[in-house]
Design a protein around this ligand. Structure first.
Ligand SMILES: Cc1cc2nc3c(=O)[nH]c(=O)nc-3n(C[C@H](O)[C@H](O)[C@H](O)COP(=O)(O)OP(=O)(O)OC[C@H]3O[C@@H](n4cnc5c(N)ncnc54)[C@H](O)[C@@H]3O)c2cc1C
Ligand SMILES: NC(=O)c1ccc[n+]([C@@H]2O[C@H](COP(=O)([O-])OP(=O)(O)OC[C@H]3O[C@@H](n4cnc5c(N)ncnc54)[C@H](OP(=O)(O)O)[C@@H]3O)[C@@H](O)[C@H]2O)c1
Length: 433
């Protein structure tokens, strides 16, 4: 009898898990990849920046996994809604949870909930055309914007804010979002790091791209680019060198300006109903390496604050979850009997797409060594009895074709995202129920 496995979530972790199951299993294996959206690839589709087309092309690799005869894509099936953990354990020998990290971390400062204080998760979902966020969600009507955090997501957000709509028109950004970007009033972007250049989380390649923006001058204050000590890893040294070189160059009058700031922590987002400013406190490191305030404050006159301070996983109903680590507790991917985890849900929201491949391989090694068995029912019969008709791989390909056709009609690149479940389901001849 073959091994039947449910993989929940079709991001990189889910699809690498499916691939590893097929490649590593000595006997026959059947894998269903269940996904709450009608579309696969998780953050590759709804996270990776639209102008990073070569990274987005990883989808071509993931597509080949979904085309393996042992693998099925079941879109529009949410764990916790259409199916429960008990259902999955009845229909499969093992279940691998790969649902990623979908929400933002909070900063815990006053004003965080004012209108105009925006989680990067929402902003990224907006420009990526995620069905959870409507294209009219954001109007970029404020001339000054602060982006909190100096990680790679903050760099993506800054780049999208700094570029012109023309520069983004050949990407897959939804047309209505592109129109909002064309109307952007943003003139100044402040990117805020609470520690120094040597502690920034962005990577060198991504940082360098900011210096190549045609539409924005990038400025660093010489006093904030000072770094004491010198024995840094190559990537960090590269970041420091780039930031120092920017500190030495003068703006040349490009339409937008990006200020990359360090040693400042947000203490309050100001405003009564909506964001009117951001109060920052200068910081230093304490002797035990903590970020502490110096009592010196500065206020930026921003009308929008984008909080890019990291993603966070959410508990799945019926699945163990640690509120301390915000991950599913596991040992080498094993959660409980016949239950496993991989990807950001397993190790937290860090790491590039490729990191999930070795991570998934570890989980699959554990699973196959356990040799789990226990299914007693059929998922197809269960879903059919509930009136659930999953979005198939062929349906997804029809959505892709509609996106390519939309791009041709609009004279824009290879693909323009369809927005909203209704439009996506209509593209594959389905109606929203
Ligand atoms: C904004 C952003 C940009 C990034 N850009 C890059 C980049 O350029 N290069 C790079 O290498 N890495 C990048 N990364 C990192 C990379 O995207 C992650 O390492 C990777 O996506 C994590 O994979 P995952 O499968 O664990 O999670 P995800 O990709 O988030 O996939 C999780 C999937 O689970 C689905 N799901 C969630 N809940 C349920 C449920 N209850 N039932 C069914 N399905 C569910 C989701 O819809 C989603 O499809 C970026 C990350 C972010 C946040
Ligand atoms: N092109 C790419 O390869 C790419 C693109 C996007 C994302 N990714 C990957 O995806 C993962 C997630 O990226 P991310 O940018 O969301 O997370 P991240 O790399 O963890 O960066 C988070 C940033 O937020 C800061 N921060 C956290 N809490 C804060 C607070 N309360 N106040 C002020 N600042 C705070 C952190 O500063 P401290 O360091 O001081 O905590 C850090 O600068 C990373 O592994 C990233 O490399 C890769």
């Amino acid at each position: 009898m073959s091994l039947r496995v449910a993989v929940v979530g079709s991001g990189p972790a889910g699809i690498y898990t499916a691939e590893a199951l097929v490649k590593q299993s000595a006997g026959p294996v059947e894998v269903d990849v269940l996904e709450r959206l009608p579309t696969p690839y998780g953050l590759v589709r709804y996270g990776v920046a639209p102008d990073h087309t070569s990274i987005k092309s990883i989808a071509n690799y993931l597509q080949r996994v979904l085309e393996l005869p042992q693998v099925r894509f079941l879109g529009g099936v949410t764990l916790g809604s259409e199916v429960s953990v008990d259902d999955l354990l009845a229909c499969y020998d093992a279940v691998v949870y790969c649902t990623g990290a979908m929400v933002d971390r909070r900063m815990g400062i006053p004003g965080e909930d004012l209108v105009g204080s925006v989680a990067a998760t929402d902003f990224v979902n907006w420009y990526c055309g995620h069905p959870d966020v409507s294209p009219d969600r954001f109007t970029l009507d404020s001339p000054e914007v602060a982006v909190i955090g100096v990680g790679n997501v903050a760099v993506d957000v800054v780049r999208v804010l700094a570029k012109t709509a023309e520069e983004l028109s050949s990407t897959d950004v939804p047309d209505d979002v592109l129109a909002r970007l064309a109307d952007s009033q943003v003139k100044a972007i402040h990117m805020i790091g609470r520690r120094g250049p040597e502690h920034a989380k962005f990577t060198l390649k991504e940082l360098r791209e900011l210096g190549e923006l045609a539409n924005a001058d990038v400025c660093v204050r010489p006093d904030e680019a000072v770094v004491l000590g010198g024995d840094f890893p190559r990537q960090v040294k590269g970041n420091i060198d780039v930031l120092r070189s920017w500190a030495e160059r003068a703006p040349v009058g490009r339409p937008r300006r990006l200020d990359v700031r360090f040693w400042l922590r947000p203490v309050e987002i100001l405003g009564t109903t909506r964001v009117e400013g951001l109060r920052l406190e200068r910081t230093r490191l304490s002797e035990d390496g903590r970020v502490v305030g110096t009592g010196e404050f500065e206020t930026l006159p921003v009308g929008m604050v984008l909080r890019s301070v990291g993603y966070q996983s959410v508990a799945l109903p019926g699945v163990p979850f640690s509120n301390e680590t915000m991950t599913v507790p596991n040992v080498e991917g094993r959660v409980r009997d016949r239950e496993y985890v991989a990807g950001w849900l397993k190790r937290g929201p860090t790491g590039v797409i490729g990191t999930n491949k070795s991570d998934a391989a570890e989980t699959v090694r554990t699973l196959l060594a356990d040799d789990p068995h226990g299914r007693v029912a059929s998922i197809d019969e269960l879903l059919s009895a509930r009136g659930v008709r999953p979005v198939t791989y062929e349906d997804w390909r029809a959505i892709e074709q509609a996106e390519a056709s939309l791009a041709r009609t609009l004279g824009r690149g290879e693909r323009v995202k369809l927005v909203g479940l209704e439009a996506m389901l209509a593209a594959c001849g389905r109606v929203v129920t």
